[in-house]
Write a protein that binds this ligand. Sequence first.
Ligand SMILES: [Zn+2]
Ligand SMILES: [Zn+2]
Length: 126
Amino acid sequence: MNESENIINCPNCGRIIPAEKGKRRNHCPGCLAAVHAEEDGGCGGIMEPVSVWVKEGGNWEIIERCRLCGEMKLVELEAGDNPVKVLSVASKPLSMPPFPIEKMEELTRIMGGQGEIGGYDREQGE
Ligand SMILES: [Zn+2]
Ligand SMILES: [Zn+2]
């Protein structure tokens, strides 16, 4: 087997992705991007990490989404993956909530009452 065939540059950040035990890594340890490999039925596009999934037993997997065709797949976290990048992917939804963060306080207060979202707050409002 030709060792150099397994050493590729990351198409996303340009970093050299070293082969481990003669096996090509399935994602870049630096930016966590992967290639939607054509030999696996993919389109050849870049797959970027969009989230993290914690399996039973506490094992982490990265959810990758293809920029070209939108297909998603799971890749296992590997030794040497950039922990800062992994955590930033994992916390991304929390830093960009789909609602105004100041509403959280109001929601918590409302739900703290009877454990359901009620309207007493609104009635007192005006
Ligand atoms: Zn990369
Ligand atoms: Zn694709």
